[in-house]
Each structure stands twice: as structure tokens, then as C-alpha cells.
Design a protein around this ligand. Structure first.
Ligand code: F6R
Length: 365
């Protein structure tokens, strides 16, 4: 049932304030403003030597965001790789390592094979899954459920923000266990998570603006997405979403890589979407944005009020995010890139919920 929405994807985008809130309620003690894991952990975050994250597609990008969090807030070394590479590379895995697999369906063939390899190598196995009766769930030592309800649209939206919310909670738990985060540091991060559902609701109020911008985007043949730091995976995610449902060619790049090749593509025909809410790296990303503007590139900037002020008057298309703690900015920034892909696809007239050549659950290798 799509409710009042034209597509399941729109419904699932709109459910996010509620689904993120529901998921967080399972992982946080809201009143105490702390992380409280109900799952019994078969490992100790304090003693882990390394975290290995493996997944496919959007779930892989969620894992990439988590790498920034675990490294920064828990000083835990993290490797992230797509499951189809990880499984055949057969990397050496350390004693007392944790392998975390992320999968909405819990049935993705490559992710399952990666899990089995890691288990054979003696790793602790944890899984973030949405389908709790899935094969990946069954074969893991501990599962962290994404409690967002069934996801029907092929393009993942609410499962992604649920995955990110859990990964953020786990990074805080790890940071405390490893003595990196003080109780007050942890409180501040948990508070940012608690406020997130309200921020997402506020973000959704900018849908009209995103729709207008999408009308122009639907005329593009190629689109570049740029982000830096923990927003880099969101640039990748934005490009994937646009490709899969609008069939417009898009690439995500780390903003600092622009001058190492992709800037050669920039001309008036190619929109460049810059994901840069205010944080300590925003100015660097904005300076990459000016390099694009100086070459006639058409810019769509996703930022907050502070970023808007910093960017000055020259940028026509700005999608304004509510100002949030930089920690949760990647979760919030996932929403405008979903909306951009969605509205662009609607303008293109594609089959948004069932894009050509794609299946919801990829059980073949
Ligand atoms: C993108 C998308 C896919 C999946 C990928 C993994 O919107 O939906 O990239 O994220 O196929 O699927 P799961 O999470 O079921 O393992």
C-alpha cells in the first residue's frame, strides 16, 4: 500500500523520520542519552584489533560512512570493501577481528559468501539486516536489526538511513568502550542522533525546491557528485541512486580528486552536485566547487545555512539542510540525494519502483 504516495520509493523516503526514530529507540536509552545495546555482544569493542565491513551497493556506502565514524570516534582501524571483491581476494584477517556485514535483504549472494569466508577465518561476525529471517541473519553471531519495516522499492532509502543510524550508535558504543569518548562526548553525539528524526522531517519540507531543481537535472546526460570526508560516501550514494532509477549517467567523486581527472569533464552541460554541510572540511569542498564554477559548470549545492552564507551569492541552486551536528550530517544528507534521484526519475518517466534490469534481492553472483 503506497498510502498517498505515487510510488513506494516516495512513501519510504517519507517514512524516514519515523523509521529512524523507531530504529534508534532500539539502540539508545533516550532518557539517559546513551547508547544501550540490547544484543549481547560476542566480542569486546575494547579488545578488537580491526573492524572489517563488507556489503554491496548502497549498503557498502553505509559501511564507508561507518569507517569514518569508527576511526574517528573509536580509533578502531577499519577496512571496507565490496563483498564481490572481498570474497575472492581472500584477505588475511587478524586475531580478534570483527567482520560486519550489511544487507537489507540478508540474501545478497556475494555478501553471504564474504560472511562465510570471514567466519572460516575465525572472525566475530555481526550483521545489520532488515530481514531478520534471512540467511545472513542465521549465519551471524550477532544481528543488529534495522527496524524500518519492509522496503518495497528497489532503490534503498529507509533501510539506508536505518543502517547508518545503527552504525553511528555502534561507533559511539565502541568509542566509549575503547576510552576514546568521555561520557559527555558520547552524550553530545547521542543527542545529535535523537534530534535526527525531527531534522529529517524538516529536510522533507524542502521537497518542492528539490523537485524544481530535478526538472533541470532530468535534462542532463552526465552528473558529477562531490563530497569530502564522511560526505564522500553520500556523493557515491547520490550518484548510484540517480543512475539506478533515472538512468542518467552519474559519478561520485571525493572532492579532492576532482583536479586529478574528472574536472576535464566539466562544462555548461554537466551539473555538479556538491554535498557540503558545514563541518571542518566544508571550506575545502567549497573551494573545489569554485573550481567547477570557474569552468562554467552548473552547481547544485547541498548545504546548511552556514554553508549557504559561506558559499556567497554566485550559486543558483542550493538545497538547504537543517543545521546539525557534523556527526549525523551524512545521515541527513542521504535524504536530499534520495529526493533528487526520485524527482528526476519521475520527470524522466521511468519505472521508479522497479527500474529496468534490477532486482530487490540479488541472490546471484
Ligand atoms: C541501491 C540498492 C542496491 C542494494 C544492494 C545490496 O539502491 O538498493 O545497491 O543496496 O543490492 O542489497 P542488500 O542490502 O539487500 O544486500
Amino acid at each position: 500500500d503506497k498510502g498517498n504516495h505515487r510510488h513506494f520509493m516516495a512513501k519510504e523516503i517519507y517514512e524516514q523520520p519515523e523509521t529512524v526514530s523507531h530504529t534508534l529507540a532500539h539502540y539508545l536509552d533516550l532518557a539517559g542519552e546513551t547508547v544501550k545495546l540490547r544484543e549481547e555482544l560476542p566480542f569486546d569493542f575494547a579488545k578488537l584489533s580491526r573492524l572489517t565491513i563488507t556489503a554491496c551497493g548502497t549498503a557498502f556506502y553505509a559501511g564507508l560512512v561507518a569507517k569514518y565514524w569508527f576511526e574517528r570516534y573509536a580509533r578502531l582501524p577499519v577496512d571496507v570493501d565490496v563483498a564481490s571483491e572481498f570474497r575472492y581476494r581472500e584477505p588475511p584477517l587478524p586475531d580478534n577481528g570483527l567482520t560486519l556485514v550489511i544487507s537489507q535483504s540478508g540474501e545478497t549472494a556475494d555478501t553471504l559468501a564474504a560472511l562465510r569466508y570471514a567466519a572460516k577465518e575465525g572472525q566475530h561476525i555481526a550483521a545489520l539486516v532488515n530481514v531478520q529471517e534471512s540467511t545472513i541473519a542465521r549465519e551471524s553471531h550477532v544481528i543488529f536489526p534495522t527496524l524500518c519495516g519492509p522496503e518495497i522499492a528497489v532503490a534503498s532509502t529507509k533501510a539506508t538511513t536505518a543502517q547508518l543510524s545503527i552504525l553511528a550508535s555502534l561507533a559511539i558504543a565502541a568509542g566509549q568502550a575503547r576510552g576514546v569518548l568521555s561520557p559527555s562526548d558520547a552524550h553530545a553525539l547521542v543527542r545529535a542522533l535523537i534530534e535526527l528524526p525531527r531534522n529529517i522531517s524538516e529536510m522533507l519540507r524542502f521537497e518542492g525546491r528539490v523537485e524544481e531543481i530535478s526538472r533541470n537535472l532530468s535534462r542532463a546526460k552526465d552528473v558529477l557528485y562531490l563530497g569530502r570526508g564522511q560526505l564522500y560516501p553520500i556523493a557515491l550514494e547520490g550518484a548510484l541512486k540517480l543512475k539506478e532509477i533515472s538512468y542518467i549517467h552519474a559519478e561520485g567523486y571525493a572532492a579532492g580528486e576532482l583536479k586529478h581527472g574528472p574536472i576535464a569533464l566539466v562544462n555548461e552541460e554537466m551539473p555538479v552536485i556538491v554535498v557540503a554541510p558545514s563541518d571542518e572540511l566544508m571550506e575545502k569542498t567549497l573551494s573545489n566547487m569554485y573550481e567547477v564554477a570557474a569552468r562554467g559548470g552548473k552547481i547544485i549545492l547541498i548545504t546548511d545555512a552556514e554553508g549557504k552564507a559561506e558559499a556567497g551569492g554566485g550559486i543558483d541552486d542550493i538545497i538547504e539542510m537543517p543545521r546539525v551536528h557534523p556527526f549525523v550530517a551524512p545521515i541527513l544528507a542521504a535524504v536530499p540525494v534520495q529526493l533528487l534521484a526520485y524527482h528526476t526519475a519521475v520527470f524522466m518517466g521511468t519505472d521508479v519502483d522497479q527500474p529496468r534490469n534490477l532486482a530487490k534481492s540479488v541472490t546471484v553472483e
